[in-house]
Design a protein around this ligand. Structure first.
Ligand code: P1T
Length: 389
């Protein structure tokens, strides 16, 4: 199937087939792991489209085509990690430029913008993106990039992509959406006008917690050229084995997301009904602020749930974080196995405590990445842990 055929296919078909065809030299149905650093040339410049492994690799090309197909993009560019993908986009800015990002976002993105790009004269601010007016007020004449996460990490706030894209484009500002939490099964930011879609493929796309990777998907030839130039020149590329593992992961993305969503919905409802639990953050709850917007712009509410205990002390949170048997206490998310995380000391520790708190991220917040295990086992595990709170 070519890219035109693929446009008419559903997400499950795209996940399995986009970017991949039987290997032309052997007919191998699954994309081989082209474990090579270089490619033979018949005479200088006479080659089969591949010259050197940093620039391109057929396993990587298949993954790039697959991810582009899933996001409805014409270009896919893969990186060694999610932060390497973010880094490449920020490298396209110039000293004096300004990034406006969500104040609830992955801590590593904050650290990259502030501590790595700040000293090069690229400034950044982090604001609540729940209202267009709030974002508009924070824009500066030098703002060149609007960085959206939706749902956000870790408070799963839902951001109105269409409204913010319209605002940014009216000022000539590029929009990047980190779609890691939603995945292209649940939301495709390009449909809302985003210029760039970013993924930590380490998460749901890989899906098995066994590989680190990142990707940028775009319909812009200009952005794709800039990013491919950076792939070649800065070299943060994923190896062929990692691309193969990620490609193996995306084949089951559609079915995995169904289970992540149904398990997360059941867990969020269970937690909301329990007196030992305080606020529950999940876009699938009718009581959640972003619920209606999520229902409009997403095809499901995702697998990430955060919550506070009614006793919102750190001690009580630590007791719960240390007493589960099915949920594993670990950073990361999006794998088949359920994980539990304490953002304040783990994934978001690089954001200064005052800024975290001002953004609504409580020190005792617990974040769940709900896996695909049997639902009753997950709920029993949480029940036992809550009894220790
Ligand atoms: O870990 P890496 O593949 O480099 O991806 C960075 C990244 C980018 N964007 C989002 C929304 C992310 O959540 C992450 C990584 N996040 C975690 C490790 C975490 O546990 O939140």
């Amino acid at each position: 199937m070519n890219a035109d055929d693929m446009k008419h296919m559903g997400p499950g078909t795209r996940a399995v087939h986009a970017g991949q065809a039987p290997d032309p030299s052997t007919g191998a149905v699954m994309t081989p792991i082209y474990q090579t650093s270089t490619y033979a040339q018949a005479s200088p410049g006479d080659h089969k489209g591949f010259e050197y492994g940093r620039v391109s690799n057929p396993t990587r090309t298949a993954l790039e085509g697959n991810l582009a197909g899933l996001e409805g993009a014409t270009h896919g560019i893969c990186f060694a990690s999610g932060v390497a993908a973010t880094d490449a986009i920020a490298r396209c800015l110039r000293p004096g430029d300004h990034i406006l990002a969500s104040n609830d976002l992955y801590g590593g993105t904050y650290r990259l913008f502030r501590q790595v790009f700040g000293p090069f004269g690229i400034t950044s601010d982090f604001v609540d993106m729940s209202t267009v007016a709030g974002v508009e007020a924070a824009l500066k004449p030098e703002t060149k990039l609007l960085w959206i996460e939706t749902p956000t990490n870790p408070l799963v706030r839902v951001v109105d992509m269409k409204a913010l894209v319209d605002l940014a484009h009216s000022r000539g500002i590029a929009v990047a959406v980190d779609n890691t939490f939603a995945t292209p099964i649940l939301q495709r930011p390009i449909e809302f006008g985003a210029d760039l879609v970013v993924h930590s493929t380490t998460k749901y796309l890989g899906g098995h917690s066994d590989v680190i990777g990142g990707a940028v998907l775009t319909n812009s030839d200009e952005w794709a050229d800039k990013l491919r130039f950076l792939v070649k020149s800065a070299g943060a590329v994923p190896g062929p084995m990692d691309c193969f593992l990620t490609l193996r992961g995306t084949k089951t993305l559609d079915v995995r997301m169904e289970r992540h969503c149904s398990n997360a919905q059941a867990i969020a409802e269970y937690l909301e009904a329990d007196a030992r639990v305080g606020q529950v953050y999940y876009p699938g709850l009718a009581s959640f602020e972003g619920h209606e917007l999520a229902a409009r712009q997403m095809d499901g509410f995702g697998g990430m749930v955060s919550f506070l205990l009614a006793d919102d002390s750190i001690d009580a949170a630590y007791r719960v974080l240390s007493s589960t048997k099915v949920f594993t206490l670990a950073e990361s998310l999006g794998g088949v196995e359920s994980l539990m995380n304490h953002p304040a000391t783990m994934t978001h520790a690089s954001i200064p405590a005052e800024e975290r708190r001002a953004a609504g991220l409580h020190d005792a917040l617990i974040r769940l990445s709900v896996g695909i295990e049997t639902q009753e086992d997950l709920i029993r595990d949480l029940e036992a842990a809550l009894s220790k709170a």
